[in-house]
Design a protein around this ligand. Sequence first.
Ligand SMILES: *Cc1c(COP(=O)(O)O)cnc(C)c1O
Length: 358
Amino acid sequence: MDVGTRVFRQGVIRRFREWLPPIPEGAVTTIGEGDTPLIEAPALSERIGARLFLKFEGMNPTASFKDRGMTVAMSRAVAAGSRFAVCASTGNTAASAAAYAARAGIRCFVVVPAGKIALGKAVQVLAHGAEIVQIEGNFDAALRISQEIANDREDVTLVNSVNPDRIEGQKTGAFEVCEVLGAPPDAMALPVGNAGNITSYWKGFSEWREAGYTDTAPRMLGFQAEGASPLVAGHDFESPETVASAIRIGAPASREGALAAARESGGAIESVTDDEILAAQELLAREEGLFCEPASAAGLAGLLKLVGEGRGPGGTVVSVLTGHGLKDPDVILSRVELPEPVGATFEAVAGRMERRGP
Ligand SMILES: *Cc1c(COP(=O)(O)O)cnc(C)c1O
């Protein structure tokens, strides 16, 4: 290999340009998203009776998969001459929009449900200098208002996943999975909130197949949190509730895309409880060394549930860990306490080790 010719993490637009809507080179707004690791999970593979890989999207620049779609949406906003980006968010869309808007030199407004956004995500928005507007309402109200603002003004681009550019960018996750495994997996397991991501992955796998790289496509297994499971219940949730704030959504914008993905792939959309989500988050952290936020563990929680009911998918399975665990420190701190300090002596510290055991 020639030194200096290998380009690492050049961003999903330059890497997958022919699969994406047209973007002039001068408008490309990237901070090195994509190319996230696909990590084999031996301990969890044993638990689910399949060969499990984890697509760790927490390794993106703002630590969630949202960056894949945001680079495309923000680049296209730049190309269109927009001056403002606006979005509704449970947190990660806001963090990503704030970063990419900063990079693009566009002003960014994020509309979030008051008091419902995880600490790490709020900190990111503030750090990047975006305007955060908290409303006394849920995500669904925030999205409606953001759409109204974008409709009202020519120079505003809505960067939620109802913007098709977001879906286009996010489908690159599917391409990377196919490239790394050499073929599509037998099943994909991922969390479902507003349902943009499952829609995107299915679009990516479908296009990969249409391009003739493969004859197969994975079964798409989407999991909602029980307290926010409109696609399972068949009706919207007025007050969605779950510890997994990234999927606390009662009226998914990409509902049709998610249902089509499940139907066309022979998959399913099911629900998992908050306890199952938190148990899966802990297993990922303690058995595989991967710390993801609660929503991201819904895919594994779902796989464990299916296996427990004798319905495990088997074969090769990829679960998307959609966001980093550092996004939501409170979820851990509310369950595991930082121990009291001890004296600065060998005995005191060694004594602590004895008590903990191996
Ligand atoms: C946005 C998000 C989800 C949900 O994705 P949808 O496209 O809304 O279904 C899941 N996990 C994390 C970490 C997210 O940021």
